[in-house]
Design a protein. Structure first.
Length: 173
């Protein structure tokens, strides 16, 4: 149990850092859709923290991971109308900012991809080293959430990069 508590404590701090980064990125980027996406990411990281805190409290109180998961907060249907989901499916609007702004936005998007990759890797590794079946299931679910976040950010990054290259009149690769 001690190992599981340490895993959750570390995960909570990583999710908090992600939340703060995404909130800050929302203030820095110029593209309106990117702002919305970063604000949603920040909120989702906050939701992850609440979920992890429930797990932590359950381990302390009951000595086990929560088995009765309320997944309504994480329902894919509720995400379908979000900016974040539309970006990943390619259904969102094209980025509409200038070249200098696009380079700043690209940097924020690249950092966001690294954050999500780190969280995904952490949850995958933690699941491998967790003995409790409920803990494994929860950690793998969290890994999947982070991987989905990364894929959507990467899609937006690629669209923004392509738009920038088009504005400059070339595609270097």
């Amino acid at each position: 149990m001690e190992n599981s508590l340490a895993v959750i404590q570390f995960a909570l701090s990583m999710e908090k850092e992600g939340e703060l980064f995404f909130a800050g990125a929302a203030e820095q980027v110029q593209d309106g859709e990117a702002k919305k996406m970063f604000l949603e990411l920040s909120q989702w990281e906050k939701t992850h923290q609440e979920f992890l805190q429930e797990q932590y409290d359950s381990l302390l109180k009951n000595g086990k991971w929560t088995e009765d998961l309320d997944m309504s907060l994480y329902d894919q249907e509720s995400m379908k109308w979000s900016t974040f989901y539309r970006r990943g499916s390619g259904a969102g609007p094209e980025p509409t900012v200038g070249i200098n702004t696009s380079t700043t936005d690209l940097s924020a998007l690249r950092l966001a991809m690294f954050i999500e990759t780190d969280l995904y890797t952490f949850y995958q590794n933690a699941a491998t080293h967790t003995a409790a079946p409920e803990g494994k299931k929860i950690l793998l679910m969290l890994a999947e959430w982070e991987l989905n976040h990364r894929k959507i950010i990467e899609s937006y990054y690629e669209e923004t990069r392509q738009s920038l290259w088009n504005q400059m009149g070339f595609a270097p690769f």
